[in-house]
Design a protein around this ligand. Structure first.
Ligand SMILES: NC(=O)c1ccc[n+]([C@@H]2O[C@H](COP(=O)([O-])OP(=O)(O)OC[C@H]3O[C@@H](n4cnc5c(N)ncnc54)[C@H](O)[C@@H]3O)[C@@H](O)[C@H]2O)c1
Length: 360
């Protein structure tokens, strides 16, 4: 079968791993890379042997069926909207958009045009979270009752050469890293029903620590430490803390507590393990072997799944609907803090199908 034509728009830091996965896929042909900054596009073009074009040219190319949008969060909505209006399916990096109304618009426009919207993260399609899902679904911890999730770090200005977007609305630890944790939790437990949260920023300014702009200050315009309590529709209550204000800690990424045991879910910002399980009556933790493919960094896997799903006429897993639910959950946390109230979410989507046992 002919490969599906893809254009990558946004040739920054994360585009390298996507281009590696996509150029190696038997299902995809990368027909163009594009960026507002032509030099960045040209660098990826030479690295991966694909043509660099202007973003508008990519949208006008009839051989491009899917646009992979790896721009900064504040551009996700407009770039995706332009792609949909040009008749292309679109797959956004996370978050789907900066505001829930923008996400809804993308889903509506896609529906009108019979197009797909997909979105990162696809790490949750990897071996780690998919094996955990197997364990939960097969009753390894009994009935899930609660979870604790922690993503805490000092922020990204120490390593990212252009970290401004991490401290603007649509960034911050919740919108930046929350999608990994929330997508994993929704994969394991189903959708979120209600949210209450508390948020703050420890610092009003950050200093770039790396690259050509080293030493430049950047303003902090979004909360950088958010503690949220999430009630899942299936019953469990979950505490999620995301922070760019913490230097060191010893807390796990996700611990899931069930009536018959506890599961340590690996970092959902990665594809692999380790997974640890300790059941009622056991006096030690056991490491559980990974039982699904894709334990290595395979960012772009969600795009490949979407391309295959379009051909096979089935729902794709890293879907716009799931990303929209995650976006609404994150916004609900900030709204809850701002208004001092608990927020009830609209009904979330069904969990996507588990990944197959064999790699594609
Ligand atoms: N860097 C990471 O480790 C990482 C990891 C996972 C996800 N992400 C996500 O990937 C996305 C991109 O992150 P990054 O680190 O690669 O950022 P980056 O700043 O390195 O690259 C973004 C690129 O998008 C381009 N761009 C911005 N607006 C555009 C527009 N309207 N049209 C065309 N190009 C445009 C910029 O010129 C830039 O080259 C973000 O959503 C981020 O959350 C990044």
């Amino acid at each position: 079968m002919a490969k599906t034509g893809v254009a990558v728009i946004g040739c920054g830091d994360i585009s390298g791993i996507y281009l590696k996965t996509l150029t190696q896929s038997a299902d995809v042909e990368v027909r163009a890379v594009a960026d507002l900054d032509a030099e960045r596009a040209s660098r990826r073009s030479s690295e991966f042997g694909v043509p660099a074009v202007d973003p508008r040219e990519a949208l006008g190319d009839p051989r491009v069926e899917v646009v992979v949008n790896l721009t900064v969060p504040s551009a996700h909505h407009q770039v995706a909207l332009d792609a949909l209006r040009a008749g292309k399916h679109v797959y956004n990096e996370k978050p789907l958009a900066v505001r829930p109304d923008q996400g809804w618009e993308l889903l509506e426009v896609a529906k009108e045009h019979g197009l797909r919207v997909g979105a990162a993260p696809d790490t949750v399609l990897g071996a780690g979270v998919q094996t955990c899902r197997d364990l939960v679904d097969s009753g390894a911890i009994g009935t899930p009752v609660a979870a604790q999730a922690f993503m805490m770090c000092p922020g990204h200005e120490g390593w990212h050469p252009n970290p401004d977007f991490y401290y603007q609305p649509g960034g911050g630890p919740l919108f930046d890293m929350g999608p990994y944790y929330l997508s994993a939790l929704v994969t394991l437990l189903g959708p979120v029903d209600r949210v209450v949260a508390s948020a703050r920023s420890a610092f009003s300014e950050r200093t770039i620590g790396h690259g050509g702009r080293k030493g430049q200050p950047i303003p902090v315009e979004t909360p950088t430490h958010i503690v949220a309590a999430l009630d899942f529709a299936s019953g469990p209550t979950v505490q999620l803390t995301t922070s760019f204000d913490v230097l060191h800690h010893t807390l796990p990424p996700i611990e899931l507590y069930g009536s018959e045991g506890t599961l340590q879910v690996p970092d959902p910002n990665g594809f692999g393990g380790p997974i640890r399980l300790r059941r009622r009556g056991e006096d030690a933790w056991a490491e559980v072997p990974l039982a699904r493919p894709y334990a290595e960094n395979t960012r772009g896997l969600g795009v490949v799944d979407m391309v295959r799903a379009i051909r096979e006429g089935r729902p794709h897993r890293a879907s716009g609907a799931l990303a929209q639910h995650v976006l609404e959950t994150m916004q609900a946390a900030l709204d809850s803090d701002r208004d001092g109230r608990r927020v009830t979410l609209p009904d979330g989507p069904q969990r996507p199908e588990p990944m197959p046992r064999e790699a594609w």
